[in-house]
Design a protein around this ligand. Structure first.
Ligand SMILES: [Zn+2]
Length: 228
């Protein structure tokens, strides 16, 4: 759910990363996969491009916990399967959520089609407005924003459900713990001190693109200071 900025040049080594040792580049990820020995370099590039966070849930990624995800699934469009603009880094193989027996991100997405909000810059939280399609709740969960138009609420519900963005034991709990750690110092503050503190936290998070679960936190703090 973070905006992935692809509005710059294709990395100069991109083609080399998707060329096999014997010089084959079929533009077919599936066919070449076992022979692409520099895929970690491509993965590393994508992770850095995303400020170290999963494109879907904004959990922190490393080379070993990330996989290369095709926004348009490779089963639907082979020609896009090694295209820079179609690839992002996401969580690879997280533990199963005991509540619904599901993992999250790549493992749950499979070949299902999703509304492509991660490529839309105007679906973000800004200094003055929450343009995202989500509401952030204090229990760590994310839900579809009530005010979004009817035609979009079903695809956004599907985005949250298919990717299991409210994976209870990892994503929802981690977000709640992080939120409560940040708001802990404000416990005994007066109303106006609290609102100044929340404003400062909102701007701190807005200015740091590497903060885990960043969009959830921006939506939550934004809501507390009147940015909806
Ligand atoms: Zn993820």
């Amino acid at each position: 759910m973070q905006f992935i900025n692809k509005h710059h040049l294709i990395p100069p080594d991109w083609d080399a990363w998707f060329t096999t040792a014997n010089g084959r580049r079929t533009y077919d990820y599936e066919a070449d996969y076992g022979e692409l020995h520099n895929l970690d370099l491509a993965k590393n590039h994508l992770i850095n491009e995303q400020n170290g966070l999963c494109a879907y849930c904004q959990k922190q990624l490393t080379i070993s916990t990330a996989s290369i995800e095709h926004i348009v699934p490779k089963s639907q469009n082979k020609a896009l399967s090694t295209n820079y603009y179609n690839l992002v880094a996401v969580c690879k193989n997280p533990p199963v959520d005991p509540l619904n027996n599901k993992r999250h991100c790549d493992k749950e997405r499979g070949n299902k089609l999703l509304v492509n909000i991660i490529m839309l810059q105007d679906c973000q939280v800004t200094k003055t407005k929450n343009h995202s399609y989500f509401a952030a709740n204090s229990d760590g969960s994310l839900s579809t924003k009530h005010s979004i138009i009817q035609e979009l609420s079903d695809p956004i519900d599907a985005f949250l459900n298919i990717l299991n963005i409210n994976h209870h034991s990892i994503l929802k709990n981690n977000r709640a713990q992080l939120l409560h750690k940040i708001i802990e110092p404000s416990k005994n503050m007066s109303h106006s001190e609290k609102s100044r503190y929340y404003r400062a936290q909102f701007h701190r998070i807005l200015n740091d693109k590497r903060i885990e679960y960043r969009q959830y936190l921006l939506i939550w703090f934004g809501n507390k200071i009147g940015i909806n």
